[in-house]
Design a protein around this ligand. Structure first.
Ligand SMILES: [Zn+2]
Length: 64
């Protein structure tokens, strides 16, 4: 059975489901239509941090 990952869009916080056997960066945002990852760190306010850490489908490195 193929499982999906839930990746939170860094732009609009929509949850995107991508197949676990595909590269996560290959997916497109369902709401925005842009790439889920741009290869750069994400500046996140408290609300976006909460969205991102609620569904930790990909490794995260947090700096302050
Ligand atoms: Zn989005």
């Amino acid at each position: 059975m193929m499982r999906n990952r839930e990746i939170v869009c860094p732009g609009c916080a929509a949850v995107n489901r991508t197949p676990a056997d595909k590269p996560a960066g290959a997916g497109k945002r369902g709401r925005c239509g842009n790439a889920l990852f741009n290869g750069r760190p994400l500046d996140a306010d408290a609300a976006m941090f909460e969205h991102q850490t609620r569904r930790p489908a990909v490794p995260m490195l947090v700096t302050a």
